[in-house]
Ligand binder design. Structure first.
Ligand code: TRP
Length: 338
């Protein structure tokens, strides 16, 4: 029977770029939520390697990072049997629908994207067309799978809004074709900040490696980075204004232990920042250790990784192809006969 929009299980779609080792910010802000969503939704996840080349990649490192990101996602709990977890470049429909959506997106709309402006400033020597039309590719990623929900970090909200607008525009011009998705922005741990400048988001592209924790940092590195984390001079563990560093550490601690801010304040009442930083560091170490153990085994098992992504691509493509052809028909393309 036709799987209609009304009767199917709600679908979640999200992707992440495989451009380097993931950070604790990626994990607590997004990836851990990807894992949890697998219990309640039909999940489609992918490594956005087409997006990745909007910034120049060195081929050997890029290949290695993609495989390593795939292994890390499995290690942290993406279940390749339950969810479809594929690699974007292996499903050509993404590039195909992205082209069509390019023609339904205005130059002015794309010019307003803050991520484009930021990245164009950061990579002034390579402001390529892909960087500019990147949101159309992201819209294609989302719309191909009829996603109901798209878990994204706060920095991707504007791109998601664009995807919704483009979907509505296309549906309005022709007839309902795409599902207009809702964002899913996690409540806690949504925004993990830099340990060195807690007004900035934690980012692996930060020049100062002490500002971020990676998923592969050793226990020793993790503890040291937390001990060096920038705080304030009040020496009181409480959540408050002007206490960005402590707020961030409390956010991390709360997101890992499930404790509320009030409980954390009570736990560290009368104790200094040293104790608190060590406790946060130890909690992070404890969370990352089992993931790292699984990662180390998985990343060496190339045959298994290859089997997982090779089986996922045709499953993804079966869904993507139908949506693409539906859209192509609406536009007026002749059907492809093979
Ligand atoms: N642009 C997203 C990022 O950099 C990654 C991404 C690509 C994505 N396609 C997507 C996220 C589709 C959600 C849905 O974080």
């Amino acid at each position: 029977m036709e799987n209609t929009v009304e009767t199917r299980k709600k679908r979640v779609l999200s992707m992440i770029q495989p451009t380097g080792v993931f950070t604790l910010g990626n994990y607590l802000g997004a990836l851990r939520n990807f894992v949890a969503l697998q219990d309640d939704y039909e999940c489609v996840y992918a490594l956005a390697d087409l997006h990745a080349i909007t910034v120049r990649q060195e081929p050997a490192a890029f290949r290695k990072n993609t495989l390593s990101a795939y292994a890390m996602m499995l290690a942290l709990g993406i279940n390749p049997e339950k969810s479809i977890f594929f690699i974007q470049s292996q499903v050509p429909e993404h590039a195909q629908l992205a082209w069509i959506l390019n023609c339904y997106t205005q130059f002015g709309e794309l010019s307003r994207m803050t991520q484009f402006k930021d990245k164009a400033a950061k990579h002034a020597d390579n402001v390529n067309a892909g960087l500019f039309t990147y949101p159309c590719l992201m819209a294609a990623d989302i719309l191909l799978y009829n996603a109901d929900y798209v878990p994204v970090g706060a920095d991707q909200k504007q791109h998601l809004e664009l995807a919704r607008n483009v979907a509505e525009r296309f549906n309005g011009l022709y007839s309902p074709t795409f599902v207009v998705p809702e964002g899913l922005i996690p409540k806690t741990g949504a925004r993990i900040m830099s340990l060195q400048d807690p007004t900035k988001k934690m980012s692996k592209s930060d020049d100062n490696t002490a500002s971020f924790i990676t998923m592969l940092d050793t226990p020793d590195q993790i503890i040291k980075k937390f001990r060096r984390a920038v705080t304030d001079s009040e020496a009181c563990v409480r959540y408050g204004e002007g206490k960005d560093g402590i707020n961030n550490l409390m956010g991390i601690y709360s997101s890992i232990t499930g404790k509320t801010y009030a409980e954390i304040e009570r736990e560290f009442d009368g104790r200094g920042y040293g104790d608190f930083k060590t406790a946060v560091g130890e909690a992070v170490v404890e969370t990352l250790e089992p993931i790292q153990t699984r990662y180390k085994a998985l990343v060496q098992d190339k045959a298994y990784l290859e089997k997982c992504y090779s089986e996922a691509a045709p499953r993804a493509e079966a869904i993507a192809r139908r949506t693409l052809h539906k859209a192509m028909k609406k536009v007026g393309y002749l059907p492809t006969i093979r």
